[in-house]
Ligand binder design. Sequence first.
Ligand SMILES: *[C@@H]1O[C@H](CO)[C@@H](O)[C@H](O)[C@H]1NC(C)=O
Ligand SMILES: *[C@@H]1O[C@H](CO)[C@@H](O)[C@H](O)[C@H]1NC(C)=O
Ligand SMILES: *[C@@H]1O[C@H](CO)[C@@H](O)[C@H](O)[C@H]1NC(C)=O
Ligand SMILES: *[C@@H]1O[C@H](CO)[C@@H](O)[C@H](O)[C@H]1NC(C)=O
Ligand SMILES: *[C@@H]1O[C@H](CO)[C@@H](O)[C@H](O)[C@H]1NC(C)=O
Ligand SMILES: *[C@@H]1O[C@H](CO)[C@@H](O)[C@H](O)[C@H]1NC(C)=O
Ligand SMILES: *[C@@H]1O[C@H](CO)[C@@H](O)[C@H](O)[C@H]1NC(C)=O
Length: 318
Amino acid sequence: MHPSSFPSKFWFLLIVLSFFLNFSPNCVFANSFMSCRVRTSCGSISYIGYPFWGWDRPESCGYPGFQLNCNQNMLEITIMSATYRVLEINNSTQTLVVARTDYSDSLCPTRFINSTFDTSPFRYNETTRDIRLYYDCPSPAGLENLTSFQDVSDQFECTINGASTRGYYVTTDFTGTAIGNFFGFCWNSVIIPVPISRVPLLVDNRDSDALEEAVRVGFGLRWSANDSRCNTCLNDGGQCGRNLNSNEFACYNCTDGDVCSTSSPAGKSSLFFMPGEISLVGFVDMEFPPFQFQFQFRVRHGCSLFGVRPNKLRVGRS
Ligand SMILES: *[C@@H]1O[C@H](CO)[C@@H](O)[C@H](O)[C@H]1NC(C)=O
Ligand SMILES: *[C@@H]1O[C@H](CO)[C@@H](O)[C@H](O)[C@H]1NC(C)=O
Ligand SMILES: *[C@@H]1O[C@H](CO)[C@@H](O)[C@H](O)[C@H]1NC(C)=O
Ligand SMILES: *[C@@H]1O[C@H](CO)[C@@H](O)[C@H](O)[C@H]1NC(C)=O
Ligand SMILES: *[C@@H]1O[C@H](CO)[C@@H](O)[C@H](O)[C@H]1NC(C)=O
Ligand SMILES: *[C@@H]1O[C@H](CO)[C@@H](O)[C@H](O)[C@H]1NC(C)=O
Ligand SMILES: *[C@@H]1O[C@H](CO)[C@@H](O)[C@H](O)[C@H]1NC(C)=O
């Protein structure tokens, strides 16, 4: 026992702790369990977890194709080159509601991109329907009554390459008909999904406003990404992710030697972070007779992880 060294060690510990407490935890964790335990939020959507990743969830916490972006408080996802606003995520039904970002204010996009999902992990849910838009169409000579067909919209104008052009949207497939042949002469076409519930309004109103509104409310998608394995992993106290080398599903747990906390949700009370380029592992051993405390702390390289945990708490004389 060293009664004379007690005060200096006691103060040393306090200094170390206050040093930790001053860092803002705006940083990616160095440990997969801790980084994938983060449930992120953007705008009105919160508790975003596996299989999604992006900004404060590293790539190893999700699957390819599930990268999200928080753009001015709007959650966005890019699926096969088309960008969508994410309006809802439900991780128990594995569904989301998304809306094309480029069609919410105008039917004249700057780039013509089809909504396609075939090589993505997403599929339409049962309430989603495709609408086809045609751009820069010829004069409907010989089809003067074109827009009297129930499923053809009124024409809308778009400026393409500096010229004012004629466009239409259709709510049914006209392949093989005279109308289908006519649309074949349009310069470009785009497929965008809308919820089926909006189709009657499109048929009745036929104008750009009706379609912009139908696009804004968003349509349903389902995803699949080994979600049942993830649920098993979560039930076992792990966190879900992906091994970036093998591309296999990964269940991260808190392995010995990692600084993890199972009690505090955001890790704030037991973990402290600092961006930096330091790597240090050590411990503080203290004796307050009749107690002896030993704290272990780790400082990680790069976007560092600072942590302190009571490694041993022994009562009695050593
Ligand atoms: C699923 O969402 C719930 C809240 O709706 C949240 O508590 C939970 O952490 C989420 N799970 C994952 C794996 O993201
Ligand atoms: C997810 O969907 C289920 C079933 O439709 C529903 O009961 C639950 O409230 C939804 N969860 C969220 C977070 O919207
Ligand atoms: C969209 O898909 C349709 C049908 O596959 C195709 O004819 C059209 O050229 C595509 N449009 C774009 C912009 O890729
Ligand atoms: C539109 O005109 C075509 C001939 O150009 C005619 O065959 C067709 O019945 C007309 N459709 C309607 C809905 O008036
Ligand atoms: C399908 O998507 C729509 C959004 O367009 C949503 O309201 C609906 O709940 C979804 N259905 C299922 C079964 O998830
Ligand atoms: C689930 O994981 C297995 C093995 O890791 C993989 O082969 C499979 O493609 C995954 N399924 C989905 C839908 O991601
Ligand atoms: C943690 O993961 C390791 C390796 O992935 C595994 O061997 C171990 O059994 C896991 N421990 C728990 C408690 O799940």
